[in-house]
Design a protein around this ligand. Structure first.
Ligand SMILES: Cc1cc2nc3c(=O)[nH]c(=O)nc-3n(C[C@H](O)[C@H](O)[C@H](O)COP(=O)(O)O)c2cc1C
Ligand SMILES: [Fe+2]
Ligand SMILES: [Fe+2]
Length: 410
C-alpha cells in the first residue's frame, strides 16, 4: 500500500534499503535510496513519476491496490531518467491511452528509451492541469540535472514535486523530515548535490530565484529520492543556494594514492605542515584507491583547497587518481585552490600531469608540483612539511611565497 501524505496525495514509490550503488557504479549509496512516485486524487487522478525498472511489476501491483488503473486520468513525468521512467512500459501496457505530461525533451527521451508511441502531451513553464479543487503547474528546469527536467507545483496542498532536485539517496520508512535522522539526510543531500549537481550550479541559482519570485506558498517539497521536506522546505532551498555559490568550508583535503608508501608519507608530512601553519583548518587525508570516490568528491566539494598526489607509474599516474581527476574535471568546482605532489623513481612526470589536469579543471594552482625521488628522507620530509605550510598560507589567502620544489627535468 502507498503512504498517505495529505488527503489528496499518496506516496506510491519504492524504498530500497539495500541499494549500494546507483548509475551503475558511478555513485555509491551507503544509505540505500527510494524512488518516490505520487498519486494525486482529486476530480481528476494523476500519477506523478514512476520507479526504476526492476520494481516495475511490484509498482503496478501496489498501485492497483490504491486505485483502479482505469481511474488514472494522466501521468506526469517530471524527469525521464530510467530510475523514474523504468516502470512506465509495464504500466502503459495496462493503460496505453492515458496522456503522459512531460517536456518536449522528456518526450524525446521516453521515445529514445522505450520506442513507444504513447499519448505524449508536452508542456512548458506556466502550463497547468486542473484537477478540480487543485491545480498542477509545470515549471521547466532544464539541466537540473537532465535536459528534460521539470518541477510540478500543486496548489491547495502547496507542494513542489521537484524530482531529483532537493533529493538524497536515503532510505526511510516514514519519508518524513520529522522522524528521519537529519544528520544522515543532510550528509546524503550534500553528497547528492556535490556529485550530481555541482556543475549545474548556475542553473540551480537561476531556477531557485525564478521560483522564489513566483511567491508560491510552499508547505512541502517532495523530491524523487529520499525524504519529503515537510518541516522546513525553505531550509533546503536556502541550503541549495549556498551549495550553488562556490561552496566551501574551512577545510583542506589531501587525496593520494601509493604503491610503496612514499606518496602516503608525503601526504602525511604535508598534512603536518598545514596543521602547524593553520591550526584552525580542518584537514582530511583520503586514499583514492581505498576511500569511496563519491565521498572523496563530497570532501573536495566542502574544501577551500585540495592537494592531489600520485606516484609516477609508467610515465603517468595511478588508476585511482586518474579516475578521480576525470570526475573532478566533470564537476567544474569553482574558486578552489590546489597543488599536486608525488613520489617517483626515474622520469617523475606524475605530479606535473596532476597539476595540469587540475589547472584545466578550473582550480587555482598555488604552487609548482612537489616531486620526491624514491622514499622521502629527513630532508625531503621537511620539504613536504614546508610545502604544506606554504599551501596552508596560500589557501588562507596569505601572500606568502608559495612555490614548491621544482621537479627535476620538468
Ligand atoms: C609498475 C611501476 C611503474 C613505474 N613507472 C615509473 C615511471 O614511469 N617513472 C618514474 O619516475 N617512476 C616509476 N615508477 C617508480 C615509482 O614512481 C617509485 O617507486 C615511487 O617511489 C613510488 O611511490 P609510492 O611509494 O608512493 O608508491 C614505477 C613503479 C612501478 C611499481
Ligand atoms: Fe536523474
Ligand atoms: Fe533520480
Amino acid at each position: 500500500m502507498g503512504k498517505k501524505i495529505t488527503d489528496k496525495v499518496t506516496w506510491v514509490g519504492k524504498t530500497d534499503w539495500e541499494l549500494k550503488s546507483f548509475h551503475g557504479d558511478e555513485y555509491s549509496t551507503h544509505k540505500g535510496s527510494s524512488y518516490n512516485a505520487w498519486l494525486v486524487r482529486d476530480g481528476k487522478n494523476v500519477l506523478i513519476d514512476t520507479v526504476w525498472g526492476p520494481y516495475d511489476k511490484e509498482f503496478v501491483t501496489r498501485l492497483k491496490e490504491e486505485i483502479d488503473l482505469k481511474d488514472i486520468d494522466a501521468i506526469v513525468m517530471n524527469h525521464n531518467e530510467n530510475d523514474h521512467s523504468g516502470a512506465l512500459p509495464e504500466l502503459m501496457r495496462e493503460i496505453p491511452d492515458v496522456p503522459i505530461y512531460c517536456t518536449k525533451k522528456g518526450e524525446q527521451i521516453l521515445r529514445g528509451l522505450y520506442h513507444q508511441d504513447w499519448n505524449y502531451v508536452t508542456v512548458k513553464t506556466g502550463d497547468t492541469l486542473d484537477l478540480d479543487s487543485c491545480r498542477l503547474t509545470f515549471v521547466e528546469a532544464p539541466m537540473l540535472h537532465w535536459p528534460d527536467t521539470m518541477f510540478t507545483y500543486m496548489s491547495g496542498d502547496n507542494i513542489l514535486f521537484s524530482n531529483d532536485g532537493f533529493g538524497q539517496h536515503y532510505a526511510t520508512e516514514s519519508l518524513l523530515e520529522s522522524t528521519a535522522d537529519m544528520d544522515e539526510v543532510m550528509r546524503e543531500a550534500k553528497k547528492y548535490y556535490a556529485n550530481i549537481l555541482t556543475l549545474y550550479s548556475p542553473q540551480v541559482t537561476r531556477k531557485i530565484r525564478e521560483i522564489l519570485e513566483m511567491n508560491l506558498p510552499l508547505n512541502m517539497i517532495c523530491p524523487s529520492h529520499g525524504i519529503i521536506w515537510d518541516q522546513n522546505p525553505a531550509g533546503i532551498v536556502q541550503q541549495y543556494l549556498e551549495w550553488a555559490d562556490a561552496y566551501q568550508e574551512n577545510q583542506i583535503t589531501i587525496v593520494y594514492d601509493t604503491m610503496w608508501n612514499s606518496t602516503r608519507q608525503m601526504a602525511q608530512a604535508i598534512a603536518r605542515g598545514i596543521e602547524s601553519a593553520d591550526p584552525d583548518v580542518k584537514v582530511k587525508l583520503m586514499n583514492a584507491a581505498k576511500d569511496d570516490k563519491n565521498d572523496i568528491l563530497t570532501e573536495i566539494f566542502s574544501s577551500k583547497a585540495v592537494l592531489v598526489g600520485s606516484p609516477t607509474i609508467n610515465y603517468g599516474i595511478s588508476h585511482a587518481i586518474a579516475g578521480l581527476l576525470e570526475m573532478i574535471r566533470g564537476l567544474r568546482f569553482k574558486k578552489k585552490k590546489a597543488a599536486a605532489f608525488g613520489s617517483y623513481g626515474w622520469s617523475g612526470e606524475g605530479p606535473k600531469q596532476i597539476h595540469d589536469h587540475l589547472q584545466k579543471s578550473g582550480f587555482e594552482m598555488v604552487s609548482d608540483p612537489l616531486g620526491i625521488l624514491w622514499n622521502p628522507d629527513r630532508d625531503t620530509v621537511a620539504d613536504c612539511e614546508a610545502f604544506g605550510r606554504q599551501f596552508a598560507m596560500a589557501a588562507a589567502g596569505s601572500t606568502a611565497e608559495t612555490t614548491g620544489r621544482q621537479l627535476n627535468g620538468n
